[in-house]
Design a protein around this ligand. Structure first.
Ligand code: PEP
Ligand code: MN
Length: 348
């Protein structure tokens, strides 16, 4: 059974990570294990590399498919790979879950038509000198229902980085054309130090996810060495992207009311809260996860039936954080989605 684009987008945010290319069995196995430990579900890794210079590394081709199959079976990864030729559509069946079209092939219409006949989801990267309507036109050849667009930077008069991340286009594609969009900060930047910052910008703008190049030893990479980030940098990026995504996609459903305004923002301060909930399986786990995500320790938790008919019960909790600390403010903003009423009872 193929995964559909709709299923894929249930991974929120959609994080796709991996090296620019499969270089050897050892290289892909090592980085895949590290990414799996960080919770990455979709592995990017290219077998075929369209390169400007014919003498540079061209990818290991079909030989790498067996390595990917092993990692898929071992870790349950979904595998995403760029295809550069119609024949690769059939050759990758049974291993590659998500096919993608690279920037240089966005207008290879015979390839797009062939992809239209396959039922796997397709990531369609934007041609780096393509307009929005050319991008959408390319998507229609494949079938927009199974397309996830990828903004990877365009060539403009601005030459501050390798390409210019066109957030405007990503917003128009997502909000006007209603097609899911992910951001590729790696190829946009062309330099590793800027990759996290561009990833945050993309997620903050409302993108559905990111695709990031990660390599255990970027300095030794056979392609795109300057922009691949280490697993350590990626872990930090991942935590921040998840936090930004939560804030951006927060649906305001209640107001926070202050019973006793906070006395201080002292880090050692504790804060008592009352969180009203409508009963459902897993609600307590969801609330505790939000506190854990923001590194907030709980000292006390009591559950009380509610006299108010609007909700079933409320949790009285005492957390190890000042009421004005940014991490608690952010956690409460997310908890607003889960709790119809939140009261800050004060700092004991
Ligand atoms: C890639 O994702 O590895 C790649 C080559 O990107 P692009 O097609 O955007 O240049
Ligand atoms: Mn690359």
């Amino acid at each position: 059974m193929n995964i559909t684009a709709k299923d894929l987008l249930k991974i929120k945010p959609l994080i796709i990570a991996g090296p620019c290319a499969v270089e050897s069995k050892e290289q892909i196995t090592d980085i895949a294990k590290k990414l799996h430990q960080m919770g990455v579900k979709v592995l990017r890794c290219q077998l075929w590399k369209p390169r400007t210079d014919p003498t540079s590394f061209q990818g290991i081709g079909l030989k790498g498919l067996a390595y990917l199959k092993e990692l898929k079976d071992k870790y349950g990864f979904l595998i995403a790979t760029e295809i550069t030729d119609k024949d690769q559509i059939n050759q990758t069946k049974g291993v590659v879950d998500i096919l993608w079209v690279g920037s240089r092939n966005m207008q290879n219409y015979e390839l797009l038509k062939a992809l239209g006949k396959d039922n796997r989801p397709v990531i369609l990267k934007r041609g780096f000198i393509s307009t929005i309507s050319e991008w959408m036109g390319a998507g229609k050849y494949i079938g927009l229902g199974k397309v996830i667009l990828c903004e990877r930077g365009v060539r403009t008069g601005a030459d501050s980085m390798r390409f210019t991340l066109d957030i405007n286009a990503a917003l128009v594609a997502k909000y006007d054309h209603k097609i899911p969009v992910i951001i590729d900060p790696s190829h946009t930047a062309g330099r590793s130090d800027m990759v996290p910052k561009l990833a945050y910008a993309g997620i903050a703008a409302g993108a559905d996810g990111i695709v990031v190049e990660v390599h255990s030893h970027p300095e030794k990479a056979l392609s795109d060495a300057s922009q691949q980030i280490t697993p350590k940098v990626f872990k930090e990026l991942l935590d921040k992207v998840n936090a930004i995504y939560k804030i951006i996609h927060l649906k305001e459903s209640s107001d926070i009311s202050w019973v006793n305004p906070a006395k201080s923002a002292n880090k050692k301060t504790r804060t008592r809260l009352s969180l009203a909930v409508v009963d459902r399986v897993g609600i307590l786990k969801d609330i505790l996860t939000v506190f854990a995500d923001f590194d907030i320790n709980l000292n006390k938790l009591e559950s009380h039936p509610s006299k108010n008919k609007q909700w079933d019960y409320y949790f009285e909790v005492e957390v190890e954080s000042g009421a004005n600390e940014p991490r608690l403010v952010q956690a409460l903003n997310i908890l607003k989605k889960l709790c119809p009423s939140i009261k800050i009872l004060g700092e004991p």
